[in-house]
Design a protein around this ligand. Structure first.
Ligand SMILES: *Cc1c(COP(=O)(O)O)cnc(C)c1O
Length: 362
């Protein structure tokens, strides 16, 4: 590949220096000073009371689902246009999902359809909305809906680190928010996740579950089952160095987005930007009206340029056949027309020009 979709980006020697410090301290363990510093600095910058660093975003969502007491038969309302890791941790615990389509103006969960889903499923326990491609869902509107019905509202902000909604960090205002530090996200630990909340009791419970649910006594005492979910000190060192350069990442991603926008032909329409927020521009995404994005992905790959189709809506996934959904057709249209363009920081102008040539010739 000459241009990956969203490759990791190292900030000079900063990652190397913190990894060396972690190795020198011999804290090569799922705890340690880098983990503590990462959790503290993320909480301070994003404005959450507490943060738990986990081995993946998926793990963070799984811990959250456990802590919320999700079990067999519980209804969970979720975004339809998302990556499957938004819902899989809930469904694995026996939850029954209900999918809600995307709004045309944001591509995130449609608030009016969410209201309908809540009315049609009055027993729903949790609503989880995805901040799609780095754009926040309407946290305030969804939080208000959920508060009225006593439904726990959480945000899958895996793709949205650094994005804001009405001036607050992605997911702030929900019961909890989950970010991903996977290799393709805006910053990375190789693999990792951040579970953020203002609810200290909820995060304490997640922290306990992430440590094999060991009771706080000197011997190994277990009253329930947990898992091994905490991030290691060495990947935390990478994440910490990356997090300290989050503003650089946001600046570079915005520059890539602007460079694509300056080049896109009129029939390629970029993902709309919601008036209520500032996206992190994790990926540059557009719809190609009347042209085949799947063919574009193939043709670009032949030139070593990695593009991807949009997430395939959950209600179209074979694993979710027969699952209830409140649909408007927006997600299906976006999947049929959309393309994620290579969005690596510092993406070369000649690669963009070449890719535009491929799109023009479709
Ligand atoms: C990446 C991603 C996840 C999962 O995060 P991992 O760290 O890869 O486990 C969950 N939801 C969405 C929307 C994502 O993009």
């Amino acid at each position: 590949m000459r241009a990956f979709l969203s490759p990791p980006f190292l900030n000079g020697d900063d990652e190397r220096a913190l990894v060396a410090a972690a190795l020198d301290s011999n804290y090569i363990a799922p705890c340690g000073p880098m983990v503590d510093a990462l959790e503290r600095e993320v909480a301070a910058r994003l404005g959450f009371a507490d943060v738990l660093a986990t081995v993946s975003g998926t793990m963070a969502l799984g811990l959250l689902a456990r802590a919320l007491g999700i079990g067999p038969g519980d209804e969970v309302i979720a975004s339809d246009l998302t990556f499957i890791a938004s819902v899989a941790p809930f469904v694995t615990l026996g939850a029954r999902p209900v999918f809600v389509d995307a709004a045309p103006g944001t591509w995130c969960m449609d608030v009016a359809l969410a209201e309908r889903a809540l009315a049609e499923h009055p027993g729903a326990r949790v609503l989880i909305a995805t901040d799609l491609y780095g754009q926040c869902c309407d946290v305030d509107a969804l939080a208000a809906l959920c508060a009225r019905r006593g439904v726990a509202f959480v945000v899958d902000a895996a793709e949205a680190l650094g994005a804001t909604c009405r001036g607050r960090a992605a997911g702030k205002g929900a019961l909890a928010a989950v970010y991903s530090l996977n290799g393709n996200k805006i910053i990375t630990a190789g693999g990792g996740g951040l579970l953020c909340s203002d609810d200290a009791a909820l995060l304490a419970r997640c922290r306990k579950l992430a440590g094999q649910a060991r009771e706080p006594v000197p011997w190994y005492e277990h009253r329930e089952l947990g898992t091994h979910g905490r991030l290691g000190n060495v990947p935390a060192a990478i994440a910490l160095a990356q997090f300290r350069h989050l503003d650089d990442a946001l600046r570079d991603k915005a520059a890539v987005w602007a460079a694509w926008l300056a080049r896109l032909p009129a029939w390629a329409v970029p993902m709309p930007t919601a008036a209520y927020g500032v996206p992190n521009r994790w990926l540059t995404v557009a719809t190609l009206s009347g042209r085949d994005p799947f063919r574009a992905v193939t043709l670009l790959a032949e030139r070593g340029i990695e593009a991807r189709p949009l997430w395939k809506p959950m209600h179209l996934q074979p694993v979710f056949r027969g699952v209830p959904a409140v649909l408007s057709g927006v997600g299906e249209r976006l999947f049929a027309e959309g393309i994620c363009l290579p969005s690596g920081r510092g993406l070369a102008a000649d690669i963009m020009d070449e890719a535009i040539g491929v799109l023009e010739a479709l």
